[in-house]
Design a protein around this ligand. Structure first.
Ligand SMILES: Cc1cc2nc3c(=O)[nH]c(=O)nc-3n(C[C@H](O)[C@H](O)[C@H](O)COP(=O)(O)OP(=O)(O)OC[C@H]3O[C@@H](n4cnc5c(N)ncnc54)[C@H](O)[C@@H]3O)c2cc1C
Length: 388
């Protein structure tokens, strides 16, 4: 497994529990996650709970009571839906919000540390017929029966398989911050998710670290971005300027942040294939998506469960990888497309199209656990035994 992020480590745990001899090679000197919080919908938490991680998730995460979409300037409710305990009742697993670093450490605790090789940056890989070979910037070379690139949107494994192609800037940047809960007591926020939609941007906030911190992400559109770095410090003043004229609650939250980061969003078109011989990809390495369905990491987590199930069910390893790709491609492509469409829907200028969207949301909602049944009840490990 190349890459020890949320996707790579989950897949490694799933494969180990399925009886495979797995090693993870991570470029960083330690396992870390940048950024603040993440939403884990029930399709993702169900996979993690099956891997035995329920206790860790409950210890570190938050179970938001509901989700609430609001108008940017007057705070009017556009839609509201309960999340917990409904998700558990409907789908057998809760909806959770959690700090990314806490999520990664919960997953990492289930994988033996001696199988994680830190400080190994993959610089090349090749399929060798009955196996794959990979080499790293520290001079180490390895061979494996199966090589999996879980090395994120800038994937070196993907480049080795299908050629180098830079990702596209998505025309959006995010201001991200964490606010100690005691600084915003006066807002009287319930333990839930809120998202505010407005012209050219939207703003999302939810609690993490057992309710001790509020995580926020404020998206605004930008024509160009010429920095290579994904993360950079931003000032609270700059974030406030980006949300000038927005509701007082949004501005109070930004103003209460200690530090604020800016994050440029990149994207790739869906790939027609992910596997070649004994090498495959998972997570952002093969299907990065805008985070506007809150499903990027969830899809990486599902990939891991599906990959382990395919490799267990199908004896021919190359055929197992092809089957994994066939199972996963339609679902992640659908989510990539829905996430792109949400960028337009969330950022409509005030006018007839925005009014039509608001009327539709008021009628049907789009975030209620019922409306997302197709997404939440799916079982990525349900693989029929197949002969090659
Ligand atoms: C602002 C924002 C909010 C988001 N919110 C959500 C959300 O609420 N819910 C959700 O499900 N998703 C969300 N996502 C998406 C989610 O963060 C990603 O889809 C997810 O992190 C992808 O995981 P991954 O393991 O595939 O890749 P990554 O997390 O990018 O991990 C890749 C790993 O590979 C390592 N690596 C890279 N190159 C090499 C190399 N050459 N050699 C060795 N190791 C290497 C990296 O160091 C890293 O550890 C959000 C994304 C953004 C930007």
């Amino acid at each position: 497994m190349i890459g020890g992020g949320i996707g790579g480590l989950t897949a490694a745990v799933a494969l180990l529990q399925a009886g495979f001899d797995v090693h993870v090679y991570e470029q960083a000197p330690e396992l870390t996650e940048v950024g603040g919080g993440i939403n884990m919908a029930p399709n993702a938490t169900r996979v993690l709970c099956r891997l035995g991680l329920a206790e860790g998730l409950d210890r570190e995460g938050v179970r938001p009571l509901g989700t609430h979409q609001r108008r940017w300037q007057d705070g009017r409710t556009l839609q509201r839906a309960p999340l917990n305990p409904l998700c558990k009742e409907l789908y057998g697993a809760p909806h959770m919000t959690i700090h990314r670093a806490d999520l990664l450490s919960v997953i990492a605790a289930a994988f033996p540390v001696e199988r994680v090789h830190l400080g190994h940056r993959l610089v090349g890989a090749a399929d060798r017929g009955g196996g794959a070979e990979a080499w790293f910037d520290n001079g180490v070379r390895i061979t494996a029966d199966v090589l999996v690139g879980a090395d994120g949107i800038h994937s070196a494994v993907r480049a080795a398989l299908f050629g180098e192609e830079p990702p596209d800037f998505a025309g959006c940047v995010a201001y991200r911050g964490l606010v100690p809960a005691e600084r915003i007591v006066a807002l009287g926020l319930e333990l839930g998710n809120q998202s505010w939609v407005g012209p050219g941007g939207h703003f999302v906030h939810y609690f993490v670290t057992r309710g001790r911190q509020l995580n926020f992400v404020g998206w605004t559109e930008h024509d160009e971005w010429n920095r290579e770095d994904w993360t950079d410090r931003a000032t609270v003043t700059r974030a406030l300027a980006a949300f000038a004229g927005w509701h007082e609650q949004v501005r109070t939250i930004i103003a209460a942040a200690g530090t604020c980061f800016i994050w440029a969003l990149f994207d790739r078109d869906p790939l027609p294939r992910w596997s070649a011989g004994r090498t495959t990809l998972l997570g952002d390495a093969c299907h990065p998506m805008y985070p506007f369905m809150g499903q990027g990491a969830a899809m990486a987590i599902e990939d891991g469960a599906a990959l382990a199930a395919c490799l267990r069910a199908i004896a021919d390893l190359s055929a197992a990888l092809r089957h994994y790709e066939k199972l996963r491609l339609p679902r992640v492509t659908r989510l990539q497309e829905m996430s792109r469409a949400n960028k337009t829907r969330f950022h409509l200028r005030d006018g007839p199209a925005q009014q039509a969207r608001d009327a539709e949301w008021a009628k049907t909602g789009d975030r209620s656990p019922d409306a997302l049944r197709w997404l939440y009840e799916y079982d990525p490990a349900a693989v029929e035994p197949v002969t090659a």
